[in-house]
Design a binder for this molecule. Structure first.
Ligand code: D5M
Ligand code: FE
Ligand code: ZN
Length: 459
């Protein structure tokens, strides 16, 4: 059907990336006559209607992994920070240890000049030297060692991708005085290129969205209603899952002067309004939600899922409410959901061609390569110290879903489909002041049997 172009992502990151962010889309008006029921009235406590949708819930399967709601152990003491970084190094390091003949930092410190050495560690510091080379300090449980990347070596290009606190392996030769090592090779934990993704056994689809921002003056209610109406149409009948990657509501006090753009100033009333908008979604669709930085949970990541009070408020649908990040497996297809606050940092630190707001999926590729959703500690991204690093990407997902930057983009990295969903909020004054032009009112739809993506536009 030429009216509904299916945008397939290619297998090469470069081409998929290009097509993803400028995909042909179809605009949907909020027209009626499609047989969809009227939006539920705020008073009704009826479960949401399923309209004429004929689906068989028996065919579904949905499993959650990595939800840390209620499991938080962190006290915020120094020891907890040590524990979380040790866990990160152990788990990501074990993915790298087979690739280099590694030694602890203290052992390398006592090796004679000219020796071959290998090490697995956290990036402690990256700086350029007076002669234009790069010095990278790696840290492990025993100490630190400096590694020099020569400006004319192949790895010089990778140095600009490095973020503090990510885990790397290096191999090289010690200088004559044994004070530094010259890097011969460098390894990221990365995703294996040859891995084949899992797919569903039947034609079934998931809509991946985020950043609804109910309560903001800029929340696009008409676009949301058009989306909800469309979900009742025959064209959307195979959409049986709806994933929402955070920022359900606008929140209060998230940014300075935010109150000037609030339509609903009370946080609970914002969630009540959000719940009303959830009621417009067909009642048979399975919903999974994680929180974002505008939501009423702790800001530090991992963010636990909403508390009982908020769950009660958002109970119109029997949604699965889990932590940020969490992995949901839909009929065999695993989807790593992460709100995406670290994307701001990846985009700020890396060169434009490797990560930008226009191609948010490329910033997601970097997180997959580092096998961590928020590598850098101490900047924008707040980290909650837990005994375990929940932000490590332990298992490779089939789909990686983020939001936060309010830009739509998708593509494949080593067979992992990365999708950054847009938002349901028009441009805010702040975004105008920094030239962020949001992609508002889009719903990327994934075929779970092929991992093809189609984009529907509702604004
Ligand atoms: O974030 C939406 C995007 O806009 C994300 O890239 C952060 C950025 N943003 C929005 N408002 C601000 C302010 N006031 N300071 C810094 N960055 C901002 P969201 O989480 O939806 O607000
Ligand atoms: Fe947002
Ligand atoms: Zn956000």
């Amino acid at each position: 059907n030429p009216k509904h172009p299916s945008v397939s992502t290619g297998t090469e990151p470069a081409t998929a990336g290009e097509s993803g962010s400028h995909s042909p889309v179809e605009t949907k008006g909020s027209s009626d006559g499609d047989g969809s029921p009227a939006h539920s009235s705020p008073e009704s406590n009826q479960p949401p209607s399923t309209g004429n949708r004929s689906v068989d819930p028996e065919l579904r399967s949905l499993e959650i992994e990595g939800d840390m709601t209620g499991e938080s152990t962190g006290t915020g003491e120094y020891d907890d920070f040590v524990a979380v970084f040790r866990d990160r190094l152990e788990r990501l390091g074990s993915k790298l240890k087979g690739r280099v003949n590694h030694r602890p930092a203290t052992a390398i410190q006592s090796m004679p000049g000219g020796s071959e050495a290998g090490m697995v560690g956290l990036v402690n510091d990256v700086r350029s030297t007076a002669s234009g080379h790069w010095l990278i300090e790696l840290e492990d449980a025993t100490g630190t060692f400096p590694w020099l990347v020569m400006k004319d070596r192949e790895y010089a290009d990778l140095v600009e991708e490095l973020l503090c606190d990510e885990v790397l392996a290096m191999e090289g030769t010690l200088s004559d005085d044994a004070g530094i090592a010259f890097v011969d090779s460098m390894y990221f934990p990365d995703v294996p290129r040859t891995r084949e993704p899992q797919t569903a056994d039947r034609h079934v689809q998931a809509a991946l969205i985020s950043d609804v921002h109910v309560g903001s003056d800029e929340f696009m209610e008409d676009a949301w209603n058009a989306f909800a109406d469309w979900l009742y149409t025959e064209e959307a009948e195979r959409i049986e899952y709806l994933l929402i990657a955070g920022d359900m509501v606008e929140g209060v006090g998230v940014y300075p002067n935010q109150d000037e753009e609030l339509e609903i100033v009370d946080i609970y009333e914002q969630y009540e309004a959000f719940n009303e908008h959830l009621k417009s979604v067909p009642g048979d669709i399975e919903i999974v939600m994680i929180p974002g930085n505008h939501d009423a949970v702790r800001l530090a990541e991992p963010q636990p899922g909403f508390d009982e009070n908020l769950r009660d408020i958002m109970s119109a649908h029997d949604s699965r409410i889990v932590s940020n990040p969490s992995t949901v497996t839909l009929e065999g297809v695993s989807v790593l959901m992460y709100h995406g606050v670290s994307l701001d940092e990846v985009i700020a630190e890396l060169p434009e061609e490797k990560a930008s707001y226009d191609d948010p999926h490329k910033a997601m590729y970097q997180l997959l390569k580092k096998r961590h959703v928020a590598p850098q500690f101490g900047g924008h991204t707040r980290l909650a110290p837990e005994e375990r690093d929940y932000l490590v990407i332990e298992d490779v997902p089939d789909i990686f879903h983020t939001g936060h930057v309010h830009k739509l983009g998708f593509g494949k990295y080593h067979n992992v489909l990365a999708i950054n969903s847009g938002c349901w909020q028009a441009q805010t004054d702040f975004q105008k002041s920094v030239n962020i032009d949001p992609d508002s009112g889009y719903a990327p739809i994934v075929d779970l049997d092929t991992l093809d993506v189609t984009v529907q536009k509702f604004s």
